[in-house]
Design a binder for this molecule. Structure first.
Ligand code: FAD
Ligand code: DHB
Length: 389
């Protein structure tokens, strides 16, 4: 077994782990990032697309947003479509802030390129990652690479390995898990097609929810609410296009979102999940390792970025002053935002989706809620403030 030392051992090279490593580097703190997949996989993995105003600011201030500013699409409003009519929420007019549409894998590419250019230590295709001794001052992580077992000892271990990672379990049963699953999923497709509108459309329809988004002037991103147990096989392309056109209907007429070649298709389950606390001893958790939100509020990656920022500040403060105050308050500081995002994501999900067993009464309630949100400046501002972040 090889043995080495760093200051912070980071598990996972998603947005949380890579940004944390970058921020620590800017503060003069060393880290090793351990990722179980290969580089191509993490750079191609299709996921989130909406960056909050504050997320773009963090990436800009820390020098990793040049391409984001060149290629990202700035959006100043979104549309809520229901009862066959579209209603614009003018986010920038209401809040002075905007969102940027830029694929998560592009953020990952930019962060990784910068880490490598700065001499960062990111190790891919590590197997059998295990966390040890988090209750001591010398926590460590062991892993297997090319048949050899390695051990990296640090002052802190950062669990940034997503919902299916190993670090949350390493914190043991002192953590409490709060969760909720939703009785539906999202089918998401990427399409080679020019966007038909400039802004995202969140559509509530009696057949279920649909979302119109985009990635570039040549690629659209579309989502459909589907059953929790449905498989991609039961959604041939004709069925997807027909269902999208119906759910995006305007004035009683189907609205076609612009057809093209579907080059990526996947189904994502919908769940809410929070770990409390987000730390144990010298192990701190960030991003999806600690919490999951349903995607309707577009919050997951933004929360991961915010956790990484809080964690880097806490660790930097500790090294600089010897005081553990910010490390000890990491959970409370992070959870305040996490629960706000949980509430917003749950609210958007409940307002826009069709739940099994919903009757006409429920449908009318949902419509009344949507009508309030689009007619009242106060409601619209509350939505916009939560959304732009
Ligand atoms: P991840 O991105 O999951 O990264 C974890 C990393 O750890 C991965 O690279 C993984 O390979 C690695 N790993 C896992 N296990 C191990 C192990 N044992 N050892 C070593 N490495 C390991 N969020 C938004 O903000 N806006 C959106 O618009 C949005 N839309 C979404 C749409 C969809 C369809 C989906 C699926 C998600 C969406 N999200 C959205 C959520 C967002 O993608 C996640 O919240 C985000 O990826 C969290 O980042 P992370 O770094 O915490 O975790
Ligand atoms: C996208 C994903 C979301 O979850 C959302 O709420 C808005 C947009 C997207 O992938 O573009």
């Amino acid at each position: 077994m090889t043995d080495e030392r760093t200051q912070v051992v980071i598990i996972g090279a998603g947005p949380a782990g890579l940004l944390l490593s970058h921020l620590l580097h800017l503060a003069g703190i060393t880290s090793v990032v351990l990722e179980d997949r290969d580089r191509t996989h993490i750079e191609q993995r299709v996921r989130a697309g909406v960056l909050e105003h504050g997320t773009t600011e963090i990436l800009t201030q820390t020098g990793v947003a040049d391409r984001l500013h060149r290629e990202g699409l700035v959006h100043e409003g979104i549309e809520l479509r229901f009862d066959g009519a579209g209603h614009r929420i003018p986010m920038t007019e209401l809040t002075g802030r905007h969102i940027t549409v830029y694929g998560q894998q592009e953020v990952v590419k930019d962060l990784l390129a910068r880490r490598l250019a700065d001499g960062g230590d990111v190790r891919f295709e590590v197997a059998q990652v295990q966390v040890h001794d988090v209750g001591t001052a010398e926590p460590s992580v062991t892993y297997l690479s090319e048949g050899v077992r390695h051990r990296v000892v640090g002052d802190v271990v950062a669990g940034c390995d997503g919902f299916h990672g190993v670090s949350r379990a390493a914190a043991g049963d002192t953590l409490r898990h709060l969760h909720r699953t939703y009785p539906f999923a999202w089918l998401g497709v990427l399409v080679h097609a020019e966007p038909r509108t400039r802004e995202l459309i969140y559509a509530a329809h009696e057949n279920g929810f649909a979302l119109y988004s985009m990635r570039s002037p040549e690629v659209t991103r579309l989502y459909l609410q589907v059953g929790a147990d449905e498989r991609v096989d039961s959604w041939p392309q004709d069925r997807i296009w027909a269902e999208l056109a119906v759910r995006f209907s305007l004035d009683g007429e189907p609205w076609d979102p612009g057809r093209g070649e579907i080059f990526d298709i996947a189904i994502t389950p919908m769940r809410s999940f929070v770990t409390e606390p987000m730390q144990r001893g010298r192990l701190l958790l960030a991003g999806d390792a600690a919490h999951i939100v349903p995607p309707t509020g577009a919050k997951g990656m933004n929360l991961a970025v915010h956790d990484a920022l809080l964690m880097s500040r806490a660790i930097e403060h500790w090294y600089r002053t010897g005081e553990e105050t910010l490390v000890n308050s990491y959970t409370a500081d992070a959870l305040a935002r996490v629960w706000r995002a949980q509430h917003f994501s749950w609210w958007m999900t409940s307002m826009l989706h069709r739940f099994p067993g919903d009757d006409l009464f429920q449908h009318r309630l949902q419509t009344a809620q949507l009508a309030n949100v689009t007619a009242s400046r106060a409601y619209a501002t509350a939505l916009a403030e939560n959304y732009v972040g």
